[in-house]
Write a protein that binds this ligand. Structure first.
Ligand code: NOJ
Length: 757
């Protein structure tokens, strides 16, 4: 019986494949194919294509998907997500082919945010590598692995600019800078899609969250945003635009409102800007239940918000099921034109066509591919390379790091032996139970060394955070009181020459719905650090966390601080390599680290104001109760070696329209070991028709130098690089004087001046 079914299925598929135009190459052929298919579709079937449901997971919002399989059979679903494996996806597409009238394959998506099974450092950490070429390689590898596991679509990249580290989702983005964010966004889109979705090892990218999601008031996830058009265009929109222009096939709406209209129902955003100004021709998916949530936003009842969303330009409804429930009547009554449903349906069918799903509904799925691609050696090596490049050395007094393995070293802290935290949030199908902790890596690498261990404290003691985080999942919780854990740690530390404290945030203290009002190290962890400091021994702090923290006390008191973020599958090993000097840290932070939360928002590319900050003068932009500078500026990070910069040399002091000049420095590694430096170019437009930032990142290069080696590092400057949106939202470069800065972080003073004619 099973054999008969199988044979029948094979015939169905062959018949299906021959019935369809197979090669998804030519636009005219695609149009013909989609026209033909749509001519056979009922209105309900077209609306079914707009419905995206979640398969396996519990809800992360106010509604969840139920009875999905039945709805698939009933032709009421265009795509599913939270779902993978060749077997499961094959089964679902089989169901489509055998049990639905038109046999339209499903889109299968997932939040493959920083790896699918091989997990790379969180996106915020990847940004800290400033290694665009590597980020693109990672996106290629991620697509390769995820597509072998049945997926065609990832909800990545997240390109939301964020200036508020209280917002938990800074972990998913590239930080505070639009120029860097745009470069990363493009690289990820290129890597996922490779300009050709018919290749079976690619994924459709989804640029999210459109738009301005990172500007939530107070850093509280899902909260209101409000900003001027000038700020939008100059400071927040460039990464979305860059990703769209790099060819991203899909865009996800954001939960927030813009100008009082929720993004999911905002026609200016989804149609005027995205489609008409930027030329986006893919489809727009809402975020999870975002249409449903428009009722709570207070812009209408169920029918009204559905009408608003589709008329605004949203094509696919994630989980609300409002489109499927409301559109038939809305079309009937004329509130939504059938042509609008047709347009949305067409865009989704086109995506399926481009993916080659009509030619092969099992696109990319084979058990052999899954076996050879999933967690393959090259992907694991890439994950480690990325982790090594992402770590940021925040402080290193008296060359406390790297460590000497012949010394007695005490490793203290709840993250020394914690697996779950290493993978971070949104770890897709990553299996944290199979990865090496810091302690495992120590033991495997230095089997004869004298390492000591004590847990020292619970990862989380705070009762509010305990309630909101996943305490069962790799966080060691026991009944021992804090004082007992600290006393034991101090006894252990007493036997050591050096103490390494491994502390930070639990994996789900950053990410979605993980905003914090206080971004200090947790009190119980700080108490442990204070006790370790009181031993008088040198203390190294290794941090794992998904956002900038306020580390004033640590910076004042701890000898060395290594930021390792949430470093992925090979993170434990990478940490050990850096601690013992086998690798030299080279990452630089992509978001300002404030001294305390009162300084937020704090970002390097601020305006000068009419009363620029002056330490010696009270009536200037300042707080009177603290050192006003950031603790660590954007772009900052140390190395075990030392890099020296020459002055900035310009090829010419004037730049003509249509011309270009170069700015260069000689970079010297004056220390005693090889290292990599991220050289940064900033420009200041001294006078403009609107006020201009005190500095803007306009270029960067990762330069490797051996000890004693020097190299000239050159950037090209063209008028295009000097453009900004003026008060009329025109993209212009205005003649006048500019300063060019080149250095190792945004606090660079080293500059030269030129004039744009
Ligand atoms: C909600 C999140 O905001 C979004 O980033 C994610 O892609 C969807 N849920 C799907 O899981």
């Amino acid at each position: 019986m099973i054999l008969v079914k199988r044979i029948l299925l094979i015939f169905t598929v062959i018949g299906f494949v021959t019935a369809c135009t197979v090669k998804p190459s030519n636009e005219a052929e695609m149009d013909k194919f989609v026209d033909n298919l749509m001519s056979q579709m009922t209105l309900d079937e077209k609306i079914g294509q707009l419905n995206l449901l979640s398969m396996w997971f519990d809800t992360t919002g106010p509604r969840m998907s139920k009875g999905v399989e039945q709805k698939v059979k009933d032709g009421l679903v265009g795509g599913v997500f939270n779902f993978w494996t060749p077997k499961a996806v094959r089964k679902l597409q089989d169901m489509i082919l055998t049990q639905t009238r038109l046999k339209i394959p499903l889109l299968v998506g997932y939040d493959v945010i920083h790896g699918h099974r091989t997990i790379y450092p969180i996106p915020f950490a990847l940004a800290a590598t400033w290694d665009i070429e590597m980020i693109e390689r990672i996106a290629v590898a991620v697509a390769d692995e995820a597509s072998a596991d049945g997926l065609q679509w990832t909800f990545s990249p997240m390109v939301d600019i964020a200036r508020d580290p209280r917002w938990g989702r800074v972990s998913e983005g590239a930080g505070e800078d639009a120029f860097l964010g745009a470069e990363i966004a493009k690289a990820m889109v290129r890597g996922y899609e490779q300009g050709d979705l018919s290749k079976q090892n690619t994924l459709m990218a989804c640029v999210k969250h459109f738009a301005l999601y990172g500007a939530a008031e107070g850093g509280r996830d899902y909260n209101t945003t409000d900003m001027s058009r000038l700020r939008m265009y100059n400071e927040y929109l460039p990464p979305y635009e860059a990703a769209v222009k790099a060819g991203a096939s899909t865009v996800m709406t954001s939960f927030n409102e813009i100008d009082g209209v929720p993004a999911t129902g905002n026609r200016w955003l989804l149609t005027d800007l995205l489609r008409n100004q930027w030329g986006f021709d893919g489809f727009v998916v809402t975020d999870w239940t975002a249409i449903y949530e428009m009722e709570d936003h207070g812009v209408g009842d169920k029918a009204k918000v559905t009408e608003l969303s589709i008329n605004a330009g949203a094509d696919m409804d994630m989980v609300s099921e409002y489109m499927i429930e409301e559109l038939p009547a809305l079309v009937k009554s004329g509130r939504v034109k059938e042509a609008t449903v047709d347009a949305a349906c067409r865009r989704i069918l086109e995506a399926k066509y481009k993916l080659g799903l009509f030619a092969d509904p099992y696109r990319g799925i084979s058990d052999e591919r899954a076996k050879s691609q999933i967690m393959s050696a090259d992907k694991l090596a890439l994950s480690k390379e990325a982790a090594l490049k992402s770590f940021v050395l925040l402080k290193n007094d008296k060359q406390t790091l790297p460590l000497d393995a012949s010394k007695k070293i005490a490793f203290i802290g709840p993250l020394v032996k914690n697996q779950r935290t290493l993978l971070g949030n949104w770890a897709a199908a990553g299996n944290w139970t199979k990865i090496m902790t810091v302690w495992d890596a120590l033991e495997s690498k230095y089997s004869n060394a004298k390492f000591l261990y004590a847990q020292g404290c619970h990862l989380v003691e705070d009762k509010y955070i305990r309630r909101m985080t996943d305490q069962g999942n790799g966080n060691v919780i026991d009944d021992r009181p804090a004082q007992q854990l600290i006393a034991e740690a101090v006894r252990t530390a007493g036997q050591a020459d050096v103490i390494v404290a491994v502390l930070g945030e639990a994996y789900d203290m950053s990410g979605e719905a993980a905003s914090r009002s206080n971004i200090n190290l947790l009190d119980n962890q700080r108490d442990l650090l204070k006790a370790l400091k009181a031993t008088g021994k040198p203390v190294v702090l290794v941090l794992m966390n998904g956002r900038p923290l306020t580390l004033q006390w640590e910076d004042d008191n701890i000898d060395a601080i290594l930021e390792t973020w949430l470093p992925g599958t090979r993170g434990g090993e990478a940490i050990v390599d850096v601690l013992f000097g086998e690798a030299n840290p080279s990452g630089k932070i992509t978001m300002t680290f404030p001294r305390n939360v009162g300084q937020i928002p704090i970002y390097y590319n601020h305006k000068n104001s009419g009363r620029p900050f002056n330490n010696d003068s009270k009536f200037t932009v300042k707080y009177i109760d603290m050192e006003n500078s950031p603790l660590y500026p954007f772009g900052y990070g140390l190395s075990y070696t030392q890099f020296d910069y020459s002055g900035v040399q310009l090829s010419d002091s004037t730049l003509a329209e249509g011309g270009s000049i170069t700015a260069s420095v000689t970079l010297t590694n004056s220390g005693d070991r090889a290292g990599e430096e991220i050289v940064q170019l900033y420009i200041r437009d001294l006078v403009g028709s609107i006020t201009r930032p005190v500095k803007e990142l306009k270029g960067f290069q990762r330069i490797a130098l051996n000890a004693g080696e020097s190299k000239q590092v050159t950037f090209s400057i063209t008028p295009e690089l000097l453009k900004f949106y003026n008060a009329d939202l025109k993209w212009v470069a205005e003649p006048g004087n500019f300063l060019v800065f080149i250095g190792g972080n945004s606090d660079v003073k080293n500059n030269a001046k030129f004039t744009l004619k």
